[in-house]
Design a protein around this ligand. Structure first.
Ligand SMILES: [Zn+2]
Length: 454
């Protein structure tokens, strides 16, 4: 087996590909990265490795099948990453990973290259142990997770037989704390919208025209403020119609198992709080839906001043949805609202990332196998958490392959995923490898129990 230093060098190589899926200019890096993964899978001894093209970036598939009567574990991960912007806020180059104080820094260190690499190294360790694998292994690695898993639904549907498994494992979530492992049992859905308004045909001199022409920046700001009520709830009519009100029992479970407000406040590093006051911070970011303004573009953004009135302005919005909200329905509701609020202005609307919210059963033997592996390695009780994030693949794995999905995360809330200085705590990277090995052994124990009952 490789030394830890050699494994970290491999992870550094993996991080070095600037696989930003939202940037079309990254396509060459995408291709280089999938070739690297392919080569790596062959080197560790996987028996079949394929690169499949999809309507978005290619999917990498690898397998090591031992015995058709054994359980089959499918590991899912993604090699694409978020943009590194703002690059000047990083303390080290985003695509040249550095190791400092037990952390590896770099874009994708925790989301999701580092977490995915845990699975790959665990399987490698088992393959090199000299003993036959106790389960069949499959890997499904996509390159479009950060853009709503474009193309993945179709890919899974077409390759249902190839991907057939007993359980899918996804490591793209967080732990409850640095030494407190956690299994995620629900994820919010997601919908992105970009609304672009035009109030004329060109920018205008603010001295000559200021006072009698509309301003796209102002129109946009008024529109944005109309998206929210005074109590920070979302003002799009009908938005809450399908939101389930949590039972007292559920709220008590979340209170007992969820992350305390104090930690969440600390993780965020914000100066004040915002949101629905009658819910705890954990509830606000997990079982309640949210709407975030993720970008605004209007007027002169350069250095100094330029006195002109912008004729165009764009806002980017991200909804996080909870059961039983459907992204398609929310897009329609927003569309109606935009048309009502901005009737005269020329408005362009683009919707993307239609991901449904999902929940996973906590009682399955696979979840128990994961919780047991976690507790054994981390020497800490496994928590069960709801997560406010979205992993589009989970819905497709559950519904198309019809298998339980175990969400075993190894990242921390303050790992700066999607932000500058993304990092991953290395002791947990290595504990993660041991955890996945234990998990695989636990799965083989399930199959032995089933067999001895037959
Ligand atoms: Zn991710």
């Amino acid at each position: 087996m490789n030394s830890n230093a050699a494994i970290l060098n491999q992870l550094k190589e993996f991080i070095a590909f600037s696989t930003v899926s939202s940037d079309e200019k990254s396509w060459q890096q995408m291709l280089l990265c999938v070739q690297w993964l392919r080569k790596h899978f062959i080197e560790i001894g996987m028996r079949r490795v394929n690169i499949f093209s999809t309507s978005a970036n290619p999917v990498v598939y690898a397998e090591y099948l031992v015995n058709p009567s054994f359980k089959t574990v499918l590991f899912y991960g993604h090699y694409d990453v978020q943009p590194a912007d703002p690059v000047n806020k990083w303390h080290s180059p985003p695509f040249k990973a550095v190791i400092k104080d037990n952390y590896i820094y770099g874009r994708g260190a925790s989301d999701d290259k580092g977490q995915l690499f845990i699975h790959i190294k665990a399987v490698e360790k088992l393959l090199k142990s000299g003993k036959p694998l106790p389960v069949n292994i499959k890997f499904l690695i996509e390159g479009a997770e950060e853009i709503g898993s474009a193309g993945l639904k179709h890919f899974i549907a077409v390759h249902k037989e190839l991907l057939r498994c007993d359980v899918a494992v996804v490591s793209d979530t967080k732990m409850a704390g640095i030494s407190s492992p956690a299994i995620t049992y629900s994820l919010r859905g997601s919908l992105n919208a970009a609304i672009c308004i035009k109030t004329g045909s060109k920018d205008l001199h603010s001295g000559t025209f200021g006072g009698y022409v509309p301003n796209a920046a102002l129109t946009l700001c008024n529109f944005i403020s109309s998206l929210y009520n005074a109590d920070d709830t979302i003002a799009v009519p009908g938005f809450y119609d399908d939101v389930k009100i949590p039972s007292q029992h559920e709220r008590e479970f979340i209170q007992a198992n969820g992350i305390p407000d104090k930690k969440l406040l600390n993780d965020a590093g914000v100066f004040t709080l915002w949101g629905e006051k009658k819910y705890s911070l954990h509830e606000r970011s997990t079982i309640r839906p949210s709407l975030s303004v993720t970008g605004i573009n209007a007027g002169f953004q350069g250095k100094g001043t330029k006195n002109s009135i912008p004729f165009t302005a764009t806002v980017k919005l991200n909804f996080r949805l909870v059961p039983d909200q459907l992204p398609e329905k929310i897009a329609m509701l927003l569309n109606d609202y935009v048309e009502k609020l901005l009737p005269g202005a020329a408005v362009k609307k683009v919707y993307s990332s239609f991901n449904k919210p999902v929940s996973a059963a906590v009682s399955s033997p696979y979840v128990k196998a994961a919780a047991n592996a976690y507790s054994k390695v981390f020497k800490h009780k496994t928590a069960f958490l709801q997560n406010g994030g979205t992993v589009g693949a989970v819905d497709y794995l559950q519904t198309i392959l019809d298998v339980p999905v175990v969400l075993m995360g190894f990242a921390q809330a303050d790992d700066n995923m999607h932000a500058p200085d993304e990092k991953f705590y290395l002791p947990n990277f290595f504990r993660g490898i041991d955890t996945v090995i234990h998990f695989i052994k636990n799965i083989s124990a399930i199959q032995n129990v089933i067999k001895s009952k037959q």
